[in-house]
Design a protein. Structure first.
Length: 277
């Protein structure tokens, strides 16, 4: 489903939700209380600003006695082939976040990837997928990255483990261009990037990546990812624990200036390697 038609379908979801709610004589606040979200969230669902999680859609069906219509709509609309099932909600929340803090232990984060780098990663994970599937996923990743070009872009702070700079994903030329892209975004202060050097040794997130997202109108959320799995977490004590781990990583990382120099050095090394091959 194309982005425009998908958005139109979410708008239909919102219009239908408002109609059914008003027919039942229930205010947004009342419905929110009965499905365990705020009345403001219900208003955002109705305006297609936010997209409800599947369990919320199911509870709405129960309260409004709508015979599963919102569950069915939600299941169809969240089935986006560009993203893995466990990541689709994260991609949506990125566009709503005011601040994103991320730690990447081995892979350039999706919001910073070039198309060639994203293609190499996608092919490595899906070696038997047809070209249209690969290109669809690459397109989705490039679409996500557009939030960094928006006037209302989130504050984006990234810590890259030094291994991210050294693994030649897609070959040395693709890797050099990828790191140049990150350096360029850093120089114009679109993102703040730090490098966690090899010499630090053990750190609090050795088992996977971390992402923290903050919002104007909702509590902060954390996301952790491993191989073919991810966890979106909003339990305050858990989010606080992940925030503490991220702060420790950030404190151990190189300064932004030293990090940029380390990235530029890696670019030169990859370009040298490309020229000798």
């Amino acid at each position: 489903m194309a982005n425009g038609s998908r958005q139109a379908a979410w708008e239909f979801f919102g219009i239908e939700l408002k109609r059914r709610r008003e027919d039942a004589g229930i205010t947004q606040v009342e419905l929110g209380a009965r499905v365990f979200v705020s009345g403001g969230y219900i208003g955002q669902f109705e305006q297609a600003i936010r997209k409800p999680q599947l369990d919320v859609a199911q509870r709405i069906d129960g309260v409004l006695q709508t015979d599963g219509i919102f569950e069915r709509l939600c299941r169809k609309l969240i089935d986006d082939p560009r993203y893995a099932d466990y990541f689709a909600k994260v991609a949506e929340l990125e566009g709503l976040a005011t601040t994103i803090c991320e730690f990447a232990p081995a892979l350039v984060p999706g919001l910073l990837q070039t198309a060639d780098y994203a293609r190499a990663v996608t092919l490595a994970m899906n070696p038997f997928a047809p070209d249209e599937c690969i290109e669809g996923k690459v397109s989705g990743r490039m679409e996500r990255a557009k939030i960094l070009a928006d006037a209302t872009r989130p504050v984006y702070w990234v810590v890259l483990h030094e291994s991210v700079l050294r693994i030649p994903v897609g070959g040395p030329l693709t890797m050099a261009e990828q790191l140049e892209h990150i350096a360029a975004l850093t120089r114009v202060r679109t993102v703040l990037v730090q490098v966690l050097p090899f010499t630090v040794g053990a750190h609090p997130a050795m088992t996977g990546s971390l992402k923290l997202m903050e919002f104007d109108d909702a509590p902060p959320t954390a996301y952790t990812e491993a191989v073919y799995s991810g966890n979106l977490l909003d339990d305050p004590p858990v989010v606080k624990q992940i925030r503490s781990a991220y702060d420790l990583i950030r404190a151990a990382a190189l300064s932004p200036e030293a990090s940029l120099a380390r990235i530029e050095s890696a670019v030169e090394d990859h370009r040298r390697c490309a020229s000798t091959n």
